[in-house]
Design a protein around this ligand. Structure first.
Ligand code: FES
Length: 80
């Protein structure tokens, strides 16, 4: 089943949904990271100074990177 994300640019005015519960990253924070360091899921975590905990958000983050038109750069995820 494909993952569904709703991406809107520029930033939405309504409250942003949480993408990563473990690190409290919502859509707005993820877009902010993609704008300043696009192309990889690892850079999203790095931008916010966190690392993946359970990893359940990784597929959604990958989809968001692709749906925003960035080529996904293979990069190892930061370790805890
Ligand atoms: S939901 Fe993102 S690491 Fe757990």
């Amino acid at each position: 089943m494909p993952l569904r994300t709703t991406l809107r640019f520029p930033f939405p005015t309504e409250p942003a949904l949480y993408v990563c519960i473990c690190n409290a990253l919502n859509e707005r924070k993820v877009r902010e990271a993609m704008a300043s360091c696009p192309g990889s899921v690892a850079r999203i975590y790095k931008h916010h100074g966190c690392v993946p905990q359970c990893g359940k958000c990784v597929p959604v983050l990958r989809d968001m990177v692709r749906e925003c038109g960035f080529t996904l750069t293979p990069e190892p995820l930061p370790a805890a």
